[in-house]
Write a protein that binds this ligand. Sequence first.
Ligand code: F6P
Length: 324
Amino acid sequence: MKTNSIKHIAVFTSGGDSPGMNATLYAIAKASEANGIKLSGIRKGYEGVIDGDLVSLNSNELKNVTQKGGTILKTARSKRFMELEGRKKALQTLKTNNIDALIAIGGDGTFKGLLAFSEICDIPFIGIPGTIDNDISGTDYTLGFDSAVNTAIENIDKIRDTAESHNRVFIVEVMGRDSGYIAIHSGLMVGADAILIPESGKDFIYLLDKIKNYDSEDAFLVVVSEGDEIGAELVSSKIKEVNANVDLRITRLGHVQRGGNPSALDRMLGIRLGVAAVDALLQGRKNIMAGVLNNQLHFTPFEEVVKEHQVNKELHQLLELFGK
Ligand code: F6P
């Protein structure tokens, strides 16, 4: 049953930008217009929610940004919103601007903020998982993860060309914060000789075992997640300890993984989740995240979303098979 009490929705993007955020905004605009709802965008994440930095959004303007990476609404990591005072001010600002419902697109930190906000906020809101890290429970994939992995493999393939030419060892560090998803996926797809992720204790042992007997007759690719506690520098010095003859280089892919045109998968995920978020609000639902599990829309309460997202057993088995 649809509720007609929602006349004005506001949406914002928060935390690290991720490819697919703009496509999601387009979908939210389309679904809002189809239901006669006014849509405002809030600029600069929670900072804009506190300050009331609103712009009007419509699907006609947004259809031309679905292919763009980043977020046209800008984003920020807000210290003020972490304080109760900041959240109270945010609620007041939403009320002053006659916002009936809110949609937030962001990662782990955004959802922690939403959970805290739900304790004081009587305006319904829905979250959409947008982060390249894929570290959120309640969805198989987060917006931007697929694009980031594609960027990582494209770049590591290039590194392989030069690594093979010189018979060098390359340690490539990929993003992911505390999560090894980008490292596992990109590492497997480029045929890495070793993949190091924060969630595994054995991967480093496999690496040292392999590199001991490495004879510099080929390239040797190591993909390490930035969150792995050993880190690229220490991996490099340990490798040199067990095999002094290696010619080794370190490459950090860094923020290149955050930008670029969203992949087909991320655009489609954004379209699905954007529409799902508006539908959920119209059905009177609140304080949940719209995600996709087993390719079906799935809604998860914020308390579950912020729980640690584990790399699943199948991926651990793949890591073991390809790492040894
Ligand atoms: O959460 C996305 C992410 O790109 C992480 O992978 C990375 O650790 C972090 O953001 C970098 O944050 P910033 O852009 O603030 O340096």
